[in-house]
Design a protein around this ligand. Structure first.
Ligand code: NAP
Length: 488
């Protein structure tokens, strides 16, 4: 019988560091296991980099930057396009790899790969449109203009929940702008990053332009933040680590793009289309088993639609099939680790203690380990842990409300501000609530908002900067003003 590891294409199963166009072990000879969250088995042993290895990657990125940034944009664009095509061609193989290390169902893994590849396609085009401007002069002897130039060496530090997409939405604009980039993927999920680097090499991305350095975040992050040559660090992960990176980067005045945690509200008003609101809640809450930064974390439902919504949501939740992401029919995979299970349990216990009712689920499925039953809680309230912290699991808590003002006040009562969703058919309310929600991304009558052509990012403690769209390249470019005198 085939094991998860045998389902992975050999040429994409890379376990060494990718530095300066070569593949090598960490200089201390250490490795760390990548665990399949569905089985607990080791998928592969991956090299652990030392700080010296990271310095070698920065050296290579600095050297490669000179040539890559001078490569004409159409040529960079064609190479990136080739990378995009290779990823799409190998989407099924990459999906096997992603599911083996992360757990999500194969169909979702494939969706993530195509979504991630979309950023390369989009920014490959954008590379050719990095326009400057000519400024009307205030002096006949002078001409004034701006150009956008690549910042230099950049780095990406990424989480385990989207091992492919979180990398590509950083690497695509960085390389399109002419920067070189070093990727430090999460220790749980380094294999997708390494496979993407193998395909980048095959596509003709020059040595040193894209490196992948695997190992400990704190150890390697310190090298990246302290090195003056690294001009931008783009980080996706927890708010806590975002704060550490910002403090560590003060000494070198680095530019930081921070995509941090969320605590998304999803509000269902009485005038919503019930079926659509339930679909939106399912899409937003249960993708990746609830382990996304834009997952609905708090579901606010107005009095008049409350009971019908809870009943319909429960019916849809009961249809989810929890299992190994490789099994046909699985719609919800395992959680990433036993620690993730503990957090969901802690939120459920706290909610029960404070008076909420668990009407569905509440514990692991009969498979045990990391397989958690989709859980529906009613009579939840804003003082519960599940409303204060990101649960990052398949837990849908419903909080009842009466008025629009009350819903907005509760929705904004959090330090986070990434995504927010609401369901209504009243155009006045749609306008008012869209404007009032303190978030970077609003989904109205939908639970799915991600698209490479639209800006994604948070406000408050959810981050700084935007990814995707024409704004997503700004972190990787400097605006340079050129004033030429002696023209008249
Ligand atoms: P995490 O613990 O912050 O880790 C993310 C990355 O940071 C990993 O590569 C980790 O490396 C590294 N890291 C940890 N400590 C570091 C340090 N001191 N210096 C430098 N790097 C360090 O987050 P996670 O648990 O993997 O991911 C879940 C979080 O990501 C959630 O809060 C979620 O909301 C957020 N997220 C946000 C977005 C968004 O777009 N806003 C998208 C997805 C996820 P190691 O693996 O070595 O620890």
């Amino acid at each position: 019988m085939s094991t998860p590891a045998t389902l992975i294409a050999d040429d994409l199963l890379r376990t060494q560091l990718h530095i300066a166009g070569g593949w090598r072990d960490g200089s201390a000879g250490e490795s760390s296991p990548v665990i399949d969250p569905a089985t607990g088995e080791t998928v592969a042993e991956v090299a652990v980099a030392t700080p010296d290895d990271m310095v070698a990657a920065i050296d290579a990125a600095q050297e490669a930057f000179a040539g890559w940034s001078r490569t004409p944009a159409p040529q960079r664009s064609r190479i990136l396009r080739r990378w995009y095509e290779l990823i799409v061609e190998r989407a099924d193989d990459l999906a096997q790899l992603l599911t083996a290390e992360q757990g999500k169902p194969l169909a979702e893994a494939r969706g993530e790969i195509l979504y991630g590849a979309g950023f390369i396609e989009w920014f490959a085009e954008e590379a050719k449109r990095l326009y400057g401007e000519v400024i009307p002069t205030n002096n006949p002897d002078r001409r004034m203009m701006t150009i956008r130039s690549a910042v230099g060496v950049t780095a990406a530090i990424t989480p385990w929940n989207f091992p492919c997409a979180m990398i590509l939405r950083k690497a695509a604009p960085a390389l399109a702008a002419g920067c070189s980039m070093i990727i430090k993927p999460a220790e749980e999920t380094p294999l997708s990053a390494l496979a993407l680097a193998a395909l980048a090499q095959e596509a003709g991305i020059p040595a040193g332009v894209l490196s992948v350095v695997t190992g400990s975040g704190p150890r390697l992050g310190e090298v990246l933040t302290r090195d003056e040559r690294v001009r931008t660090i783009s980080f996706t992960g927890s708010t806590e680590v975002g704060r550490i990176l910002m403090a560590q980067s003060a000494g070198t005045l680095k530019r930081l793009a921070l995509e941090l945690g969320g605590n998304a509200p999803l509000i269902v008003f009485d005038d919503a289309d019930l079926d659509n609101a339930v679909k939106g809640a399912m899409d937003s809450k249960f993708r990746n088993a609830g382990q996304t930064c834009v997952c609905a974390n708090r579901i606010f439902v107005q009095d008049g639609i409350h009971d019908a919504f809870v009943e319909a949501l429960g019916r849809e939740m009961a249809k989810l099939r929890v299992g190994d992401g490789r099994e046909p029919g699985t719609t919800q995979g395992p959680l990433i680790s036993p620690a993730a299970v503990d957090k969901v349990r802690r939120h459920i216990d706290d909610a029960r203690d404070k008076g909420a009712r668990v009407v569905q689920g509440g514990d692991l499925t009969e498979r045990g380990r990391t397989f958690f039953t989709p859980t529906l809680i009613v009579d939840a309230s804003p003082d519960m842990l599940l409303a204060r912290e990101e649960t990052f699991g398949p837990l849908a808590p419903v909080i009842r409300f009466s008025t629009e003002e009350e819903a907005i006040r509760m929705a904004n009562d959090t330090e986070f501000g990434l995504a927010g969703y609401f369901f209504s058919r009243d155009i006045g309310r749609i306008t008012r609530v869209s404007e009032a929600l303190e978030v970077g991304v609003v989904g109205v009558n939908t639970g799915l908002i991600s698209y490479e052509g639209a800006p994604f990012g948070g406000v408050k403690q959810s981050g700084i900067g935007r990814e995707g769209s024409r704004h997503g390249i700004e972190e990787y470019t400097d605006l340079k003003y050129i004033c030429i005198e002696g023209v008249a």
